[in-house]
Ligand binder design. Structure first.
Ligand SMILES: *[C@@H]1O[C@H](CO)[C@@H](O)[C@H](O)[C@H]1NC(C)=O
Ligand SMILES: *[C@@H]1O[C@H](CO)[C@@H](O)[C@H](O)[C@H]1NC(C)=O
Length: 134
């Protein structure tokens, strides 16, 4: 019985898939790596911002999902949320944030970005559900 089910290629592949899935979920927290393109976009955002109080000082390590204010999908590692209502960041909101195409939540409230209107490029974030630039 075991032998036949193991030699059945479909079942075998299904089983391997389940094993991968389980080990992925179990190790998910350590293995979580952000997408290099999204990490690069965050670093551009950081470079354009004025951060005198070091609110973005954790933004240096390879694992950008662990950075202050960042939350990623546990399954895809895409950045879902950018939450930085710190009150201490100013300068420019760099349009590199457009690269975070799966972003659902963006909260930069109470900072000093000094815009008279919402920057146009934020309109290209199709998955955005919450935007707070108050
Ligand atoms: C991802 O996993 C962490 C820790 O298990 C959990 O706190 C968080 O809510 C999860 N995030 C999502 C988007 O499911
Ligand atoms: C943004 O963050 C501030 C401070 O934590 C909070 O009061 C506000 O409700 C948040 N905005 C949204 C849209 O979640």
């Amino acid at each position: 019985m075991t032998t036949t089910s193991m030699t059945n290629p479909v079942r075998f592949r299904l089983m391997m898939f389940m094993l991968c899935l389980v080990s992925h979920v179990v190790n998910g927290e350590q293995e979580m790596r952000c997408h290099p393109k999204e990490r690069e976009a965050l670093l551009q955002f950081k470079a354009a911002a004025v951060d005198h109080y070091g609110m973005l000082s954790s933004w240096t390590t390879p694992h950008c999902c662990q950075w202050q204010g960042i939350r990623c999908s546990n399954l895809t590692a895409h950045i879902l949320s950018l939450h930085l209502p710190t009150g201490y960041i100013s300068g420019e909101i760099h349009e590199s944030l457009m690269e975070l195409s799966l972003l659902e939540y963006l909260n930069l409230s109470s900072n000093y970005f000094g815009y008279e209107k919402i920057p146009d490029f934020l309109g290209s974030l199709r998955n955005l559900k919450y935007l707070d630039l108050a």
